[in-house]
Design a binder for this molecule. Sequence first.
Ligand code: FES
Length: 127
Amino acid sequence: MGRVRVCRMDELSETTARRFEHDGHVVVVSLAASEPRALRDQCPHRGIALSGGIVRNGILTCPGHFWRFDLRDGHCIGRPWEVVPSFECMVVDGWVEIDLPPPQAKRSMRELLLAHARDPHWQHRDT
Ligand code: FES
């Protein structure tokens, strides 16, 4: 897909998360150490939108059950096997641009269930 311009740098802050949608991608964008960071706007636990969460010190806390994600790379604090996909961000003339992959092909329910069953960490997840 390539780079997508999402907002101006001065529209972001270190304490807010903003949601953007583009061609099937839903992304949450915030600042960490003054750098824009973008993650898929979906918690890997129960699928709640992370953009409804709280941002402090580069950590985005999910509003669902308070799992915490590092905005730099999307890994979950204390559960390193849980990772939210992250997307490269660039600042061009004061605009934040995100490098988004092509939209994923939709998977059947059977494919989703098989992928879930093969996940070696699934049995260790909290409820
Ligand atoms: S849905 Fe995010 S921690 Fe449960």
